[in-house]
Design a protein around this ligand. Structure first.
Ligand code: AMP
Length: 141
């Protein structure tokens, strides 16, 4: 099944989901292959395959709901000691489902989850060079 439509089907109530939150703009539900117990996904109701297609106001809403969920993951029986947010935008970033989603991942010490690999500590000149390129692109957008 097309994964893009799976999340659309969840929004429409045609596919099963263990929902934790819903309003006019977003739905949050349990990830069926959680990185850690209590892993929640927050998605926009309006489909957007990637960040470029996502209304920035809805993007802000995803983060707001993620903040509330983070508090709930600490205070509920999930009993998280910490929380990671993760969002994969594009295949190279590990995106598998092409309907934007914010992962809200509860953390406890020693749970084994984590980003791996930070191969270099570049020189300041290299950081400045890329900063200048990104700044220039932002100024033109
Ligand atoms: P990503 O690699 O960021 O695209 O992550 C997609 C996530 O969606 C994975 O963590 C999957 O386990 C999760 N997922 C895929 N299908 C479903 C579904 N039907 N219900 C809940 N989570 C799903």
């Amino acid at each position: 099944m097309d994964p893009y439509s799976i999340f659309s089907d969840i929004v429409a109530g045609r596919a099963p989901a263990s929902r934790v939150f819903e309003d006019d703009d977003v739905v949050a539900f349990m990830d069926i292959r959680p990185f850690t117990p209590g892993h929640v996904l927050v998605i926009p109701k309006q489909p957007a395959r990637n960040l470029a297609e996502l209304d920035p106001e809805i993007g802000a809403k995803l983060f707001q709901v993620g903040q509330r969920l983070a508090a709930a993951l600490r205070d509920s029986e999930v009993a998280a000691d910490g929380v990671n947010f993760f969002l994969a935008d594009g295949i190279a970033a590990g995106q598998e489902v092409f309907h934007v989603h914010l992962h809200v991942i509860p953390r406890t010490s020693g749970d084994g989850f984590g980003l791996r690999g930070r191969p270099t500590s570049p020189h300041r000149a290299d950081l400045d060079y890329l900063a200048s390129s990104i700044r220039g692109t932002l100024e033109r957008s």
